[in-house]
Design a protein around this ligand. Structure first.
Ligand code: CO
Ligand code: CO
Length: 358
C-alpha cells in the first residue's frame, strides 16, 4: 500500500508526521479526490507511527464512507478538531511535512494551533521519491491519455479551421478531449501566426489565416494521469524562415528523444536538444527547458532542463518539447510524452511530426 511506503520513507527521513491537503499527492496515496473543497479545510493527518485520519467538511460525508475521517460542519472550528487529531496521534513537536500546494490561510491557522515547536517541510521532498517512477498501471493510464491526444490531432487535420478564431479552435479541441477522456489536463493553447512567438499564448480572437504557423498544445486526463502534446502545423505555405525552424525543432526533438536512456542525467537530454538548436543559430530563441515530468500533475519531476541532475530510470515519464520563438513572426514547438522502459525512451504520443500544410 502506498500509504505504508510513504510512512516508511517519512521515518527514514526523520519526519514525525504529515498534513496533506487535497491534490495529486492525496490522490496518489489514498485514491481520495475531493471535488471543489475551496476554502473549507480538508486534511489527511499521517503520523510516523503509521496512524492516519482525514479531517473533512461534512459536505463529503457521502464520499468518504470507507476512510477513517473526522467531519466538521459549517459553523464549527475545523482547527479545533485538527488539534484533537494531533493530540490523539501524539504529534506535538518535530519535523512535519506540509503539502506544498496547501492554501496559505489553512497553514496560517495550523501554525496558530500547533505552535509547539513544529518545524515545517515541503511534502514534495518525500513524495517525489514515490511518484517519479511510475508502475505499470500508471504507465497504462498515461498511454491511454496519450492515445486520446493523438486521435484528437488526427481529427483536427480534417477540420476546416481556416477563418476560425484561436478561441473557437481551442474550445473545439477541449470539447473533443472531454468526449474521449476524463477531461483536459490543462487549457488548450492555440497560437496562430505571430502569437506563436509566445510559448504560453492564451487563445484570443485572432482568426487563423493563410501563411500561419499554428501551435496546438493540449492534453487529456485519464484515471488522473495526464498527457501533453504539441504539434505545429502550417496553414497554407508559411514564410521560409518558419519552415527552416520547423526542421531544426524537429531534429532537436528527435535528438533529445534518442538521448533518453536509463542512467543518463535529465540535463543530457536537454543538452541534445539545445545543442542542435544553438548550432543552427537559434539558441537564444529556445527560451525554455526541453521538458518536464508528467504524471498526475502536468508539470512534475523530473524536469528536463540544463540543471536537471535527476538520473533517468525505468518508469520515469516526461515530455520532450523544444521550440523556437521568433518575435513578430511566430514559433514552432513539437512535444511528445516519453517513458523510460527497458532502459530506453518510448514515445507515448505517436502521431506524425512531419510538417503538415493544411
Ligand atoms: Co504542452
Ligand atoms: Co508540456
Amino acid at each position: 500500500m502506498r500509504l505504508e511506503r510513504f510512512v516508511k520513507l517519512m521515518n527514514e527521513a526523520g519526519y514525525e508526521g504529515a498534513l496533506i491537503s487535497p491534490g495529486t499527492n492525496l490522490y496518489y496515496l489514498t485514491g481520495i479526490n475531493l471535488h471543489e473543497v475551496g476554502e473549507r479545510p480538508a486534511l489527511l493527518v499521517v503520523s510516523s507511527e503509521g496512524q492516519y485520519r482525514m479531517l473533512a467538511p461534512g459536505l463529503y460525508e457521502n464520499v468518504l464512507t470507507n476512510f477513517p475521517t473526522t467531519f466538521w460542519r459549517d459553523g464549527e472550528n475545523p482547527y479545533e478538531k485538527l488539534a484533537w487529531i494531533l493530540a490523539e496521534f501524539h504529534l506535538s513537536s518535530g519535523k512535519l511535512l506540509i503539502e506544498d500546494t496547501m492554501r496559505a490561510d489553512w497553514l496560517i491557522n495550523i501554525i496558530r494551533i500547533a505552535n509547539r515547536g513544529f518545524e515545517f517541510h515541503p511534502l514534495s521532498s518525500v513524495m517525489r521519491e514515490l511518484r517519479m517512477r511510475k508502475d505499470k498501471g500508471e504507465i497504462e493510464a498515461m498511454e491511454h491519455a496519450a492515445k486520446v491526444v493523438d486521435r484528437v490531432f488526427e481529427e483536427i487535420l480534417t477540420w476546416d479551421i481556416m477563418g476560425m478564431t484561436e478561441k473557437e479552435l481551442a474550445l473545439k479541441i477541449e470539447l473533443r478531449i472531454r468526449e474521449l477522456s476524463d477531461g483536459i489536463s490543462f487549457e488548450p493553447i492555440v497560437a496562430s501566426g505571430e502569437n506563436g512567438a509566445n510559448p504560453h499564448h492564451e487563445p484570443g480572437n485572432r482568426r487563423i489565416r493563410k501563411g500561419d504557423m499554428l501551435i496546438l498544445d493540449y492534453g487529456a486526463r485519464w484515471k488522473g494521469y495526464c498527457s501533453d502534446i504539441t504539434r505545429t502545423v502550417a496553414v497554407g505555405r508559411p514564410n521560409e524562415k518558419l519552415i527552416e525552424i520547423y526542421d531544426i525543432v524537429k531534429e532537436a526533438q528527435e535528438k533529445a528523444f534518442r538521448a533518453v536512456r536509463e542512467g543518463v542525467k535529465a540535463k543530457e537530454v536537454d543538452r541534445a536538444a539545445r545543442e542542435t538548436i544553438s548550432k543552427a543559430g537559434y539558441g537564444e530563441y529556445f527560451t525554455h527547458r526541453t521538458g518536464h515530468g508528467l504524471g498526475l500533475d502536468v508539470h512534475e519531476e523530473p524536469y528536463i532542463g540544463p540543471d536537471g541532475e535527476v538520473v533517468l530510470e525505468n518508469g520515469m515519464t516526461f515530455t520532450i518539447e523544444p521550440g523556437i520563438y521568433l518575435p513578430g513572426l511566430g514559433g514552432v514547438r513539437i512535444e511528445d510524452d516519453v517513458a523510460v522502459i527497458d532502459g530506453r525512451g518510448r514515445r507515448l504520443t505517436r502521431t506524425g511530426r512531419e510538417l503538415v500544410i493544411l
